[in-house]
Design a protein around this ligand. Sequence first.
Ligand SMILES: Cc1ncc(COP(=O)(O)O)c(C=O)c1O
Length: 407
Amino acid sequence: MASSSTPSRAQELSPLLPGGYTRGSLVVGTHSPQAAKGHGCYVIDGDGRELIDLNNDFTSLVHGNAHPAIVEVSRAAIEDGSAFGLPTHWEHEHAQILVDRIPGAEQVRYTCSGTEAVMTAVRIARAVTGRSGVVALRDAYHGYSDSVIGTAGPKSRRGVPVGLLDELILVDVNDIAALEAAVSERPEGLAAILVDAMPNRAGMIAVTPEFLQRVRELCDEHGILFIDDEVINLRQGLHGVAAERGVLPDIVVTGKIIGGGYPAGAVLSSREIMAQFDPERSDPLEQGGTFAANPLMLRAGAEALRLFDREAIARLNALGEQARSSLAEGVERLGWTVRGEGSLFRPIPPDDLTGPVTRRLFWAAHERGVSITPTAMCALSTPMDADVVGRAVEGLVDAIESVSKPV
Ligand SMILES: Cc1ncc(COP(=O)(O)O)c(C=O)c1O
């Protein structure tokens, strides 16, 4: 079995990258498996081993790797020219799919990432309300912009001006009393309440409909905007998780699956709110992005969304149910629990959320042919079937058993 200090299946990391990585979220030690290529629900590592891909680029590859229909559309997009300094009709086509899915959304602005989309949504809320405070969930991750990185815990705050950090008020997931207290402390100073309805970094605990409803009421009472972060969650339901739970936000932010595997983010809202960008105004909000809404992302993303219809979502969520229940059955005796909803799940160790045991689990799973994220968040993809899910769970149970033994 591999341990974090002596991984047997690891490639050298590049000394040209700090710590060997380009993304902090990928870190699993001084060595890491590398991805050489992928097909369907498998990723091939640098040793040529085929692994079941439960990482799916941190949930974004809802159709797995190199889905034939998406490859075909992407190839056509590249051949037609992949970036222009002019609007394209692909923007309209993709935006139509999004506004058809997200209740209350009438217009869209695209970005190249979820980070930029959340940052933009917060700026819109501040512009609309003329206020600056943002209430958010403690330990939730909303990307690494200065405006919201402070939600992700004390370690994330270095380099961010204190003034910006002071604008963030954090409450625990589902703590309605704390939410009410945070709002009542400075109702006239709050621009937004920002919620991800199942924040992974905060432990993948589902936010209750009651909490979401209270957010809605407090926003209505005090003229605050409700920003719903569906960057991950749009894979969970056709309309996004908040709307599926019966609550309509003011601004929806999304990303990941909407890009078909290419960099993407989007901010959606009513015409009235999106009028902040209206070029006819004397002071429209600034928003650019050389590669925002590039046709490669739009065409691949539109195809990915078309393929991920109500039926496909229901099928994938049923596989998620299978994964969660069989994983729970296998690991509860070891004191582990399983959280998640829809096509996402995460095994939680007996006494901590992440840390050394989760990292050891990453390596143990890799040894057993299963690729997961370093926080052990797992995401299914549509090429999977019950057999693949069964094999992945078997590998995970065995991996969890191995890391549960004293080292
Ligand atoms: C809920 C949530 N919001 C925002 C982001 C940032 O998105 P991106 O990584 O595309 O910048 C993430 C990334 O994982 C996320 O999980």
